[in-house]
Write a protein that binds this ligand. Structure first.
Ligand code: ADP
Ligand code: F6P
Length: 324
C-alpha cells in the first residue's frame, strides 16, 4: 500500500467532553508524521456533503479544554443508504483522503465499519458519555460526565437533608446503566435502578421506607434513563405510597454532556488520538483504539459493534452494601 499523504477526522453521534482534545491530538500527531489532516464537519452528514476543512496546528490551538466538538456532530440517515455511501466515497476521492479517523459512539463506529467495508482505511476512537462500547475500559467523556453527576448528587443531598426529602435523580446512558451505577456508588445513593438489573418500584419504595425508619434524613435514588420504568412513573408511585420522605425528581439531562473535560478525559483523548494516527499510518483498518488496563490496544470494529460491554455484578452488590 502506498504511504498515506492525507487523512481526515470526524466527531460523530452524541458529543462527549474530550472530543476536541482527541481532534487536536490527531491533527498534531498526523502533522508530525508528515500527513495533511482534514476535518469533516458534522460527522457523516459532512462526509456525504463533502464538507471538509484543512486543519493546521493553529486551527486546533486552544480547544483542548473545551467541551463539545469544534467539528460539530450530527446524526445522519443518508449515510446508512447505499446512495449516501456512494456520495461519501466521492467526497473522499475529491479531497484525496487516504484514511479516516472516526471519533464517536457505537452507532458512529457502525458507520466506520461501513467505510472499512467500502475499502476506506478507517480507525475508530470511542467517545460517548454512556460507557457502553465494548473493547475499552473507558470511552472519552465518561469521566467528565460522572463528575458532573456527582456534583449534582452532592448538591441535591444538601437540600434533601435540609428538608428530609428523597431525590430521584435520572441520569443518561441510553440502554446502559454504567453512569447510574457509578453515580450511585460514588454519590452514596440509597438505591439504584439500571436496565441490567431489574428492581421493582415496590422494592424501591421498601428500601426508601427502610432508610426512613433507620433514621436517615435524606435519600437519593439514582435511576438510569434506560430503566424499565421512567423516573416520572417512579416519582408518582413513591408519592402515592408515602415512604416517609417527601419525594422530588431531578432529571440531569444534557448538562451531563457539556463542560470542560476532566484531566482523565484529556489524557485518554490525547493518547487515543495519537494511537489512532499511528495505527492508521501503520496500515491498520477496521479497528478501534481501546484502553485496556494501562495500554492502548487496537480491537476489531466487528467485535466492538457485536459484543456487549458487561456491567460487573460486583458493583451492583457494592452499591447495595454501601447504601445501608
Ligand atoms: P453514537 O455514535 O453516539 O452511538 P448514533 O447511534 O446516533 O450515535 O450514530 C451516529 C451516526 O452514525 C448515525 O447518525 C449515522 O450517520 C451513523 N450510523 C449509525 N449506524 C450506522 C450504520 N449501521 N451504517 C451506517 N452508518 C451508521
Ligand atoms: O449517547 C449519548 C447520549 O447522551 C445518551 O446518554 C442519551 O440517551 C442520548 O445521547 C441523547 O441524545 P440526544 O442528544 O439526541 O437527545
Amino acid at each position: 500500500m502506498a504511504a498515506m499523504r492525507r487523512i481526515a477526522v470526524m466527531t460523530s453521534g452524541g458529543d462527549a467532553p474530550g472530543m476536541n482534545a482527541a481532534v487536536r491530538a490527531v491533527v498534531r500527531a498526523g502533522l508530525e508524521q508528515g500527513v495533511e489532516v482534514y476535518g469533516i464537519r458534522q460527522a457523516y452528514a459532512g462526509l456525504v456533503a463533502g464538507d471538509f476543512e484543512r486543519l493546521t496546528s493553529r486551527e486546533v490551538s486552544g480547544i483542548l479544554q473545551r467541551g463539545g466538538t469544534v467539528l460539530q456532530t450530527a446524526r445522519n440517515e443518508e449515510f446508512k443508504t447505499p446512495a449516501g455511501q456512494k456520495k461519501a466515497l466521492r467526497s473522499l476521492n475529491e479531497h484525496s483522503i487516504d484514511g479516516v479517523i472516526v471519533i464517536g459512539g457505537d452507532g458512529s463506529l457502525r458507520g466506520a465499519i461501513k467505510l472499512h467495508e467500502l475499502g476506506v482505511p478507517v480507525v475508530g476512537v470511542p467517545a460517548s458519555i454512556d460507557n457502553d462500547i465494548w473493547g475499552t475500559d473507558m470511552s472519552i467523556g465518561v469521566d467528565t460526565a460522572l463528575n458532573t453527576i456527582l456534583d449534582a448528587i452532592d448538591r441535591l443531598r444538601d437540600t434533601a437533608t435540609s428538608h428530609n426529602r428523597c431525590f430521584i435523580v435520572e441520569v443518561m446512558g441510553r440502554s446502559c446503566g454504567y453512569l447510574a451505577l457509578m453515580g450511585a456508588i460514588l454519590g452514596g445513593a440509597e438505591i439504584v435502578i439500571i436496565p441490567e438489573y431489574e428492581v421493582s418500584k415496590e422494592e424501591v419504595a421498601r428500601s426508601l421506607e427502610d432508610a426512613y425508619i433507620r433514621g436517615k434524613n435524606h435519600a437519593i435514588a439514582v435511576i438510569a434513563e434506560g430503566a424499565s420504568y421512567s423516573a416520572r412513573d417512579l416519582e408518582s408511585y413513591l408519592q402515592s405510597q408515602g415512604v416517609g420522605f417527601e419525594v422530588r425528581l431531578t432529571i440531569l439531562g444534557h448538562t451531563q454532556r457539556g463542560g470542560s473535560p476532566s484531566a482523565f478525559d484529556r489524557l485518554l483523548a490525547t493518547r487515543m488520538g495519537v494511537a489512532a494516527v499511528h495505527s492508521l499510518l501503520n496500515g491498520e483498518t477496521g479497528v478501534m483504539i481501546g484502553r485496556q488496563g494501562r495500554e492502548q490496544v487496537a480491537v476489531s470494529l466487528y467485535d466492538v459493534t457485536t459484543k456487549m460491554r458487561e456491567i460487573g455484578e460486583e458493583y451492583m452488590k457494592m452499591a447495595y452494601t454501601l447504601s445501608r
